[in-house]
Design a protein around this ligand. Structure first.
Ligand code: A2P
Length: 333
């Protein structure tokens, strides 16, 4: 791509689509034109970008004729249908859904970890990984480079905004109902999420794990190019509005000290060390909202498994877990 690209956002009105607009503007992304696409419900409305109002258009099969890069975040069904149509039209698709992530012809990219993979995209599609996987690997990749990752045991603490706008509304409504003593309505989650935690994200499979939990395994192997990586994961929805946290035990080839592990973050890109618990310094979700960088802390020796460290990683899943990661991939192109 020689001149500045014509970029489209598919799902521009969604939580991630809106964050993509913010990331493109903040990063001064070089583009000749920005097209905003959503459903017929939003067509004709507009969203501000760089001081102008851009009118939203309805997504159709003809939407991609002169688009160079399309950032998709309108759900898996839309990606499955319109991703290949856009790619056929010559547009490079950067897709936020899980539709193409495990296709061997589709690179799965976290720009701080495997940027070179983005350059080889034979189907004209590049996949953005799962949000919890991105944030976990942002904390683990610098340690992997230094000490050789063999396996991980992770528990996620996932914010309701990971379920889209409807998750936020459910937590808000249930919290208000609790305060006013009104009946609690459940529309999104199988249990009340206010004042609760739910060990159930995405659908259960025969293995007893959920699909979300298995994404950490399969996507982690692909991104890190570690086909034998061992992963056990428990994904939990928590009554937090935004930003996911992950408690990880990471098992390495080498046996790092805590100081050696902390030192690798001094020049790691996209992740900052916040690790002085005696001063109350450790990552919390509220400190990462709207931030590009993930935070890592609570690094300590695992007391059960040899060559292992326990740590805590937090990141804004709407931003680094979705919108920013996609825009960073577009920057590589
Ligand atoms: P719309 O606002 O017009 O419904 P979220 O996951 O935050 O709810 O966002 C979903 C995004 O996907 C929104 O931008 C939504 O647009 C878009 N979307 C949903 N269904 C369609 C569709 N059939 N065609 C195009 N965009 C769609």
């Amino acid at each position: 791509m020689n001149s500045e690209p014509h970029v489209a956002i598919v799902g521009a009105t969604g939580a991630v689509g809106r964050e993509m607009l913010i990331c493109l503007a903040e990063r001064d992304f070089p583009l000749s034109k920005l097209t905003l696409l959503a459903s017929a419900r939003s067509a004709g409305q507009s969203l501000p970008f760089r001081g102008e109002e851009i009118v939203i258009q309805e997504l159709t099969e003809d939407s991609f004729k002169d688009i160079d890069i399309a950032l998709f975040s309108a759900g898996g069904g839309i990606s499955e249908k319109f991703g290949p149509i856009a790619a056929e039209a010559g547009c490079v698709v950067i897709d936020n859904s899980s539709a193409f992530r495990m296709d061997p012809q589709v690179p799965l990219v976290v720009p701080e970890i495997n940027p070179e993979a983005a350059r080889n995209h034979p189907r004209n599609i590049i996949a953005n990984p799962n949000c919890s996987t991105i944030i976990t690997l942002m904390g683990l990749a610098p340690l992997h480079r230094a000490f050789g990752l063999k396996g991980l045991i992770a528990s996620t603490y996932q914010a309701v905004s990971g379920s889209g706008a409807q998750g936020i509304v459910e937590l808000e409504n249930q919290t208000k109902a609790l305060v006013s003593g009104s009946p609690i309505e459940k529309n999104v989650y199988p249990h009340q999420i206010a004042h609760n935690v739910i060990p159930h994200v995405d659908v259960f499979q025969d293995s007893g794990y959920t699909k979300e939990e298995q994404k950490m395994l399969h996507e982690g192997r692909k991104i890190l190019d570690l086909p034998d990586l061992k992963v056990t994961c428990t994904c939990v929805r928590v009554p937090v509005m935004r930003s996911h946290s992950i408690s990880v035990t990471a098992i390495f080839e080498k046996d790092p000290t805590v100081a050696e592990a902390q030192a690798v973050f001094s020049d790691a890109k996209g992740v900052d060390l916040r690790d002085n618990p005696s001063e109350g310094l450790y990552p919390v979700p509220l400190d990462t909202i709207g931030q590009d960088n993930c935070l890592v802390g609570r690094i300590r020796k695992d007391q059960v498994i040899p060559n292992a460290l326990a740590l805590w990683v937090v990141g804004d899943q709407v931003r680094k877990g979705a919108a920013l990661n996609a825009v960073q991939i577009a920057e590589i192109l």
